[in-house]
Write a protein that binds this ligand. Structure first.
Ligand SMILES: C[S@@+](CC[C@H](N)C(=O)[O-])C[C@H]1O[C@@H](n2cnc3c(N)ncnc32)[C@H](O)[C@@H]1O
Length: 326
């Protein structure tokens, strides 16, 4: 996909996510050959619209309109390209804990939780949050972090069965740790500021949720190791207590690994004999085969939720809507 097409596709996604300012800027870049040439000076993996716009904001760019960002971008192009080389898309989306919690509830505790691509480790707090779908609640109802998700099931024989959702607390997590190429330390103001810059400027609700999760994580910061998801997995897994079930988690991360490395990751999880929960792009992994149930839109089947490669359902990119199939 060309950079221009990437920004056009992102503009549509920003519109859907309730970020018209980012949609306008993405369209502006997509339609401007000079701006595209600036982005193309960054290495391919860093040309992601979310990352490019976050780097611009981080460096003090105007939030819009495009007619204001364009001269800024051209004047600061060297700084933008240099900053892009230092940064990764580290958006830590607490909302993905909702589908994660649905799968985790199916694993008997106690659990040793190991997340690859953990960013700030906010998803490692999955058992410390409360969840709601319609009139159903699970997790910790007294938590300061409450996450909503719409869970549906397919109609069978004219009726729609109630989805198989967790009830009560999630399995006890006795050990938790994460791996990331560039972990975010929740105790570090600057690093948390970068995390917040990756959020759409209009989504005060997402910012508030992230801040509540960061505040909770600061009370017991997760162990985060700087390493590659494949190369660092076995060493960190070796630290997990042997009396807990090791559960490896990957959400919105494997897309950043080149194809062969994704398979190497899946093979490594198999070698460790660990359980594996994934919430990744539906068509990303050859070992996770997810059908799109009839009537479910492309947006709502962007990701597949799987436990040990067995698909439990499909959902949107952020984990706010889940269609359970198992
Ligand atoms: C989009 S974030 C997702 C964070 C979190 N899993 C979530 O769902 O909110 C992807 C994370 O993966 C990390 N990452 C990218 N490539 C990686 C690799 N090869 N090994 C470990 N972490 C990686 C990035 O630094 C980033 O923090």
């Amino acid at each position: 996909m060309s950079t221009s097409d990437r920004f056009l596709a992102a503009a549509l996604a920003f519109d859907r996510e309730g970020s018209p300012s980012q949609a306008e800027l993405a369209r502006g870049i997509a339609g401007d050959a000079t701006a595209v040439a600036v982005v193309d000076r960054a290495e391919e993996a860093r040309r992601q619209p979310v990352l490019v716009l976050a780097v611009c904001r981080w460096l003090g760019a105007p939030l819009g309109p495009w007619s204001a960002l364009r001269p800024w971008l051209l004047a600061r192009s060297d700084d933008v390209v240099a900053e892009l080389a230092r940064r990764l898309t580290q958006t830590n989306d607490v909302r993905r804990c909702a589908p994660l919690s649905v799968a985790l509830a199916r694993v008997p505790g106690p659990v040793a939780l190991l997340e690859v691509g953990a960013s700030a480790g906010l998803c490692l707090g999955v058992d410390r949050y409360g969840y709601r779908s319609g009139d159903r609640t699970w997790g910790d109802p007294s938590s300061t972090v409450q996450v909503r998700i719409d869970v549906a099931t397919a109609v069978v024989g004219g009726t729609r069965p109630r989805p198989e959702l967790p009830t009560g607390p999630l399995p006890e997590v006795t050990w938790r740790a994460g791996i990331d190429l560039d972990p975010v330390d929740v105790r570090d103001r600057d690093q948390v500021a970068w995390l917040e810059t990756l959020l759409p400027p209009e989504r005060g609700d997402r910012l508030a949720l992230s801040r509540r999760a960061v505040a909770l994580a600061r009370t017991a910061p997760p162990r985060l190791v700087t390493a590659d998801a494949v190369d660092g997995l076995a060493a960190l897994a070796a630290e997990a207590p042997s009396d807990a079930t090791l559960v490896v988690v990957s959400t919105g991360t494997l897309v950043y690994l080149p194809g062969r490395r994704r398979q190497a990751f899946v093979d490594e999880v198999g070698r460790l004999g660990a359980r594996w929960i994934s919430y990744e792009r539906r068509d990303l992994l050859t070992d996770v085969v997810a059908e799109v149930p009839p009537g479910v839109s492309a947006d709502d089947s962007f990701a597949a939720l799987a436990l040990d490669g067995r698909v439990l359902g499909v959902g949107d990119a952020h984990g706010t809507r889940l269609h359970l199939t198992a």
